[in-house]
Design a protein. Sequence first.
Length: 88
Amino acid sequence: MDLTDRLRRLKFRAWHRGTREADYMMGCFFDRFHGQWGEAEVSWYERVLDEEDADIMGWALGSLDVPEEHRGALMDAFCKLDFVEIPR
């Protein structure tokens, strides 16, 4: 699967997590940053999307420690949560 197809699939997965909070967190992050991603960043995001929403939200909010395999610059950006825009 080429990068364009993977990104299309990731966008759908990011915006269809199952809860509104997770949709906004994952979907807004994808929308804000995916244009800058290469293979390594796409692979990281695919792995994070395989995790449970409660864990991802706990990492972002700082109530759970981020596992070693997900740590790095992208997780640091994710944990800022400054990308979340909730429509009114």
